[in-house]
Design a protein around this ligand. Sequence first.
Ligand code: SF4
Length: 303
Amino acid sequence: MFKKEKGGWFYMAGLKVEWNDWCPGCGNFGILSAEQQAIQELGLDPKKVVLVSGIGCSGKIPHFIRLPASGVHTLHGRALTFAIGIKLANPSLEVIVNGGDGDQLGIGVGHFVSAGRRNVDLTVIVHNNGVYGLTKGQASPTLKLGVKTKSLPKPNINSDINPIALAISSGYTFVARGYAYDVKHLKEIIKKAIKHKGLAMIDVLQPCPTYNDIHTKEYYDKRVYKLDEDPSWDPIVKKPEEMDDKMSKAILKSMEWGDRIPIGIFYQNELVSTYEQRIAERSPSYLDNPPAHDVIEFEGKPT
Ligand code: SF4
């Protein structure tokens, strides 16, 4: 009846039909939509955009995006390492990493922390749903101690990681939180993250209706509020002497979780040099003449 093909589509009765195997209501749809719109509204050439993903439901973003962007679906927890390699090999590319909280803050947490010290100019999107959705809903690193989702036989025995506080203390220079069901707001955050010169991390609250019956759309809808609607909130570091104070305030704000959950930009600092600038200080031609990428040199004969 139908023939499934690679690339998110199949033929049924002679018609080309798009498919996507995320569950109905999954927050990943909102993230995909926001990311795609952000790339388009910024006027980026999709051929100069590379989406890099790890393992998990979110890892399918490079397959599902409807733009002729390049994509690499990499190993569990290793998307950031691939992304850094891609960016440093060709600094003219726009590189975006998509991965779940399990992928990036569990097995990949060492790379997540190390990346902050380098401040490579790329964007990291954490699909934060509190569970390992692809493997039937085990507790992931952002699920709080004592919380019992429907997929757990007993309440979570581990404490949680705070992605915002971890990113700021690791050296990320743009740190924000979005909500997958507020696509318009999330899109604007992604645009700012892409435009930011340095390493950007967006923690996206992403309901997983299949395995997490606690952090649902209804749960978040009545709790999230936007930091940018508070005129006293100013997350941008404009002078070096402001850095410690803004970092402390952002970390403190990230601990607000309960009846009210803030979304928006927590911290932004373009005063820190990027890794690419640090390389260019040692090799001045690096940014002007990035290495050739369309030539692959093999050691020995390619087969
Ligand atoms: Fe989305 Fe959860 Fe389904 Fe995965 S298991 S596709 S995260 S709803």
